[in-house]
Ligand binder design. Structure first.
Ligand SMILES: C[S@@+](CC[C@H](N)C(=O)[O-])C[C@H]1O[C@@H](n2cnc3c(N)ncnc32)[C@H](O)[C@@H]1O
Length: 284
């Protein structure tokens, strides 16, 4: 890992002034010799990751995962006139939750760089990738926008409905975020539209008491029985960044193995019994 940016901060826009193109060094005594231009560092890390052997495996697994799933029914054309090569239903989008504070965390910077590589590999335009983390600073939001990404402003608590094929990128996020995401998409129509790149559901199950897992994270517990998980490799020097990651998909035919009652009016998760929810809740 060559990222040496820790200890540096993003230049903030001066009040009433234009955004400074340069970055200011932080004033702590632990300061590095030159300022951190986060966009530049992220682009450099992206090039570094692209040369890694494990990236080839990630790319292959991510492209292959769920590829046997039938295409969802088409909605309308991009311009409503039929003038598009790719039907709307087959254009992928990406949602990234819980990236973390990438101006201060090397792991989050590597995860951001990996996100850019994934978008390339899946041919998803950066503007079709929305990112959200309640800890983002205004400087980080500026950097994300400079990279072309769409920054969400509402805390959805992961409750985002997939209306078209969507990659969800949730690296080392709280279980409630995954559970909420699954609940919102808990139907035979929506689950096959999702490709989740995040923590292995099998690992979560193994690490949590069975009774609590089924009670508090019932959608993840059910999902473990019907999803396909492909583990993504992680070099030992990057365990903090990419450990325990899998690409998770739902084949339409596997959903029939759950009883029909599972799909009827799935109750919204409430987490009454969870003392440490691991996620930041929205205002509602
Ligand atoms: C354990 S940290 C992981 C950070 C980073 N991905 C990493 O691996 O170092 C979990 C992240 O989830 C974020 N998070 C918490 N609640 C969230 C929410 N409602 N929506 C999106 N992200 C959330 C936290 O702010 C935090 O950055």
């Amino acid at each position: 890992m060559s990222d040496t940016g820790d200890g540096w901060q993003i230049a903030r826009r001066r009040k009433g002034g234009r955004r400074s193109k340069t970055c200011q060094p932080c004033l702590s005594s632990a300061c590095c010799p030159e300022p951190l231009d986060v966009s530049r560092v992220v682009r450099r890390v992206r090039s570094e990751l692209r040369c890694e052997e494990f990236w080839d495996k990630w790319r292959e697994q991510i492209l292959v995962a769920g590829s046997s799933a039938p295409n969802p029914p088409e909605s309308k054309d991009r311009d409503g006139e039929g003038n598009t090569d790719v039907p709307v239903s087959q254009q992928w989008e990406c949602i990234c939750y819980g990236l973390g504070s990438f101006s201060s965390s090397v792991s989050a910077r590597y995860q951001l760089a990996m996100l850019l590589l994934l978008l390339d590999a899946k041919q998803i335009s950066v503007k079709d990738c929305s990112v959200y983390d309640p800890v983002f600073t205004s400087g980080e939001i500026d950097v994300l926008r400079e990279l072309g990404l769409t920054v969400l402003t509402d805390n959805e608590e992961g409750k985002r409905l997939s209306t078209r094929p969507t990659v969800f990128y949730l690296m080392h996020c709280g279980k409630a975020l995954y559970n909420n995401l699954l609940w919102k998409n808990w139907s035979k129509k929506c689950l096959p539209l999702m490709k989740i790149i995040g923590n292995s559901f099998t690992s979560m199950k193994e690490r949590t008491l069975e009774r609590e897992f089924k009670r508090d994270y019932s959608y993840i517990a059910l999902a473990t029985a019907i999803c396909q998980e492909r583990r993504l490799p992680c070099p030992s020097r990057m365990v903090d960044v990419f450990s325990d990651t899998a690409v998770i998909t739902f084949a339409a035919h596997s959903l029939n193995s759950l009883p029909q009652s599972t799909w009827t009016d799935p109750p919204e998760p409430e987490y009454h019994h969870v003392s440490d929810l691991e996620i930041i809740r929205g205002g509602n």
